[in-house]
Design a protein around this ligand. Structure first.
Ligand code: SF4
Length: 594
């Protein structure tokens, strides 16, 4: 089989009509292949084109592995393979491993011979009966390992192939699901974990988040994207959704009285193309979207990506890559074609500000996801609970569910910081709940060091990982808390490979796992980044050290933080301090004994 991309004959005729005498180069072929595959995936055919089912494609088309597998059999139609395998407790083959990701099941070979199940929990909002069933599933059908992810979601593992259908059935039995939680799909939709209870928010995004999740669930066209896709909604609350790290992020703003004919009120701004693993924050599209239209506009933006994203090269297939070649105006024009309507133009100035509204939330409290805060509903608090690197046991989940039932409103929210929030705690019970949390081994007090730590799965369960990220993050923070006292919060992001699930580029300190050669031996180590940030402090971290063996990382981090405390001026933050210096200066400062 040749690797050269071929375009189906009827489509060639369309191209020939558009570009007569034109000989397409491979890049153009890739683009057109992606375009037609996307159109086919939406069930759109062209004059003269084969009228096949959306997922079908001519056998002669030498698509890349992933596109071929999807088109030979839509992965949502592969459930029978899962049950067939379950009957013999059989591991999936390579193609099945890819297909089963549409059911949120990830086979972990060669690290482990079992599945991990990733759920979908829109906005990270759960009821306690759902929490209890997840805990029971983890207890009865897995090894009991549960983690909160950086998409405010749960992952459970290890699941034997024989148990996989039962795990899915039980998750669905409590109104949750795993559909589209991996591969070329829209991942869990994230939102402010305090949506609806935060006194500072401009709008409760919960209804939009739920509508969007339901719309995606109901339409098959959203289960064949060129690549993974992230969406976040932010209502302007105290705990952000880090929306600009997503492929699509919308954030609420309040438009003031103006003479531009725009009705005052709350609107969403849309940002496109965030992918921090690729060092990209989403960029503002320059429009205002009224809340009643936001779901439709988001879906139009997704559809433009489905039709035009690159399906020939997985390394260039994110929305960010499409926007490397398209202008934002071009993308907006395609969206408006699909919407058959124009969006309100509201460009930002060079400083990212608009005369129509404030650009960021009025008050920003770092690490606001930990601690007790009054709700917008008088007489109630929400309590943010620290869960170190998101690792939690089924028994702890059950005890949390009891706490939320006994003192709250039977609700728990997960955060993108791998922690959780207990909302609706009556003021009179706040101290009781705090004590109960401490008894259970959790913290509710904000810590300038540990509250801002996130870590990806690491090599205990992920085949891409170079290091044991979670264990290392916990060990490093424990040691640092004994030796360093910070008066300002920092975020430390520990990620095991360049996929950057823990977004190392946006931490004050980012650790990227790597194999390091020491005296001819390959050992675990990290590249170290500094100066990343998000929201109002958005910035991509810079690599300051390369290939530091893990057993030297703690000492180096201690020196780095001591140097910051010694040489900072005017109480600047760690991010401001590192941004003020070039990398050479930082290396010198960080390597001396302070
Ligand atoms: Fe695995 Fe890499 Fe993601 Fe960590 S960042 S969970 S190592 S894929």
């Amino acid at each position: 089989m040749t690797n050269e991309l071929q375009i189906p004959e009827p489509h060639k005729q369309i191209i020939a009509a558009q570009w007569p005498e034109h000989s397409l180069n491979p890049e153009q072929k890739n683009y057109l292949e992606g375009f037609f595959a996307g159109m086919q995936a939406q069930g759109i055919s062209f004059a003269g084109a084969a009228t096949s089912a959306p997922a079908a494609v001519e056998e002669s088309a030498p698509l890349i592995f992933e596109e071929r597998v999807k088109r030979e059999e839509h992965p949502l139609d592969s459930y029978y393979r899962l049950t067939d395998n379950a009957a013999f407790n059989k591991a999936p083959d390579k193609e099945e491993t890819f297909r089963f990701k549409w059911n949120g099941l990830f086979y972990l070979t060669p690290v482990k011979d079992a599945f991990m199940a990733r759920l979908r929990i829109p906005g990270g909002q759960l009821r306690t009966f759902q929490l209890r069933e997840i805990a029971q599933v983890a207890k009865q059908l897995t090894t009991g390992y549960v983690q909160i992810t950086t998409r405010a979601n749960f992952q459970i593992r290890l699941i034997q192939p024989k148990d996989a259908p039962e795990v899915l059935r039980r998750i669905q039995s409590v109104g949750l699901h795993t559909r589209g939680a991996g591969a070329d799909n829209i991942r869990n939709i994230t939102a402010n974990p305090t949506a609806g209870v935060d006194p500072q928010e401009l709008i409760d995004v919960t209804p939009y988040c739920n509508d969007l999740a339901q719309f995606i669930l109901a339409h098959r066209e959203f289960y064949d994207l060129p690549r993974k896709f992230n969406i976040a909604l932010d209502g302007g609350g105290l705990i952000g959704s880090v929306e600009d790290t997503n492929d699509i992020g919308v954030r609420a703003v309040r438009v003031n009285e103006n003479d531009l004919g725009i009705s005052p009120g709350v609107y969403f701004r849309m940002k496109l193309g965030g992918a921090t693993g690729h060092k990209a924050f989403a960029r503002d599209l320059g429009v205002l979207i009224s809340p009643d239209r936001v779901v439709k506009v988001i879906l139009a933006a997704v559809r433009v990506f489905i039709a035009n994203g690159n399906r020939g090269d997985r390394k260039k297939s994110r929305l960010k890559h499409l926007l490397d070649t398209w202008t934002l105006d071009q993308y907006l024009a395609e969206m408006e074609k699909r919407l058959a309507a124009s969006l309100i133009r509201a460009p930002l100035d060079v400083e990212g500000k608009s005369p129509l509204h404030e650009s960021e939330a009025a008050s920003m409290i770092a690490h606001s996801h930990i601690g007790a805060f009054p709700q917008k509903q008088p007489g109630y608090h929400y309590i943010g609970v620290a869960i170190p690197v998101g690792q939690i046991s089924p028994d702890q989940l059950l005890r949390l569910a009891d706490l939320a039932d006994n003192y709250g409103a039977g609700e728990v929210r997960l955060t993108v910081w791998q922690n959780l929030v207990l909302p609706h705690i009556p003021d009179a019970y706040v101290e009781t709940v705090k004590k109960a949390l401490v008894k259970m081994g959790f913290h509710w007090k904000q810590s300038n060091l540990s509250s801002g730590v996130v870590a990806c799965t690491g090599n205990a369960y992920c085949k891409y990982a170079a290091t044991n990220t979670k264990a290392h993050a916990v060990e490093i923070i424990k040691k640092l808390e004994k030796r360093i006292t910070l008066d300002q919060p920092i975020n430390i992001h520990v990620t095991g490979c360049p996929h950057s699930c823990a977004q190392h580029y946006m931490g004050d300190i980012g650790l990227l796992g790597a194999k390091v050669n020491r005296a001819g031996e390959s050992i675990e180590g990290y590249h170290i980044f500094v100066g990343g940030g998000f929201a109002a402090n958005r910035s991509i971290g810079r690599q300051v050290f390369q290939g530091i063996p893990y057993d030297e990382v703690f000492d180096l981090l201690e020196k780095m933080l001591n140097a910051y405390l010694q040489y900072r001026t005017n109480g600047e933050s760690f991010q401001q301090f590192t941004t003020r210096h070039d990398l050479n200066a930082l290396q010198i400062l960080f390597c001396q004994d302070v």
